[in-house]
Design a protein around this ligand. Structure first.
Ligand SMILES: [Zn+2]
Length: 192
């Protein structure tokens, strides 16, 4: 159960905006226009100015538990919450909720564990919260259905907009990284 970039892998591979593959074509056109005008970074900075201090796994666990206590007190226990560097490499999964089964005292016990892509260590505060909220909601709702998204919106009003903006943010980071590579390798750099 992961927050993936799209439910249609073949379409995603063709798409120039892989994080946004599940959005309508008209929306993607608007995003391309924003990128073409060079305004994506400014849009994100304006809408999501607040950073967060959740820098390590301990702080991330506290952050998730505080949300769970406030909104999902009766949901199953959460054994672990941590950042995962490998999720950063596989850009389709932004967060996961897994049940790790262990035999304890002769009984099989499933321990729930949330992993958040390490890229969210320096993302805006509400984007980190969106990922945590998404995975917490899976403690109660398995599918991405109406009940699931209602729970997400309950924990984070404006959930859908923040998820969309998070996908814009990930797109922007890839574009910025590509631009920086171009800058540090100027044309004819290897010629005397
Ligand atoms: Zn999910």
């Amino acid at each position: 159960m992961s927050l993936a970039a799209g439910d249609n892998p073949p379409a995603m591979q063709r798409c120039d905006l892989p994080f946004l593959a599940s959005y309508p074509a008209s929306t993607l056109e608007q995003v391309r226009a924003l990128i073409a005008r060079g305004e994506l970074g400014a849009y994100l900075a304006r809408r999501h100015p607040q950073r967060h201090d959740v820098r390590n796994d301990g702080a991330l666990y506290e952050h998730a538990m505080a949300l769970k206590q406030r909104h999902l007190r009766n949901a199953p226990l959460l054994a672990k919450v941590r950042y995962d560097n490998r999720l950063q490499v596989d850009q389709r999964a932004l967060g996961t909720l897994t049940a790790v089964s262990r035999v304890q005292g002769g009984q099989l016990k499933a321990k729930k564990e949330i992993r958040v892509a390490a890229v969210f260590k320096d993302a805006p505060a509400d984007m980190l919260q969106m990922i945590v909220v998404h995975e917490l909601a899976h403690l109660k709702e398995r599918e991405h259905d109406k009940a699931f998204y209602a729970l997400c919106e309950h924990m984070l009003p404006d959930y859908h907009q923040v998820e969309f903006d998070t996908r814009l943010y990930l797109t922007w980071r890839v574009l910025e990284a590509a631009a920086n590579v171009t800058q540090v390798t100027p044309p004819n750099a290897d010629k005397p």
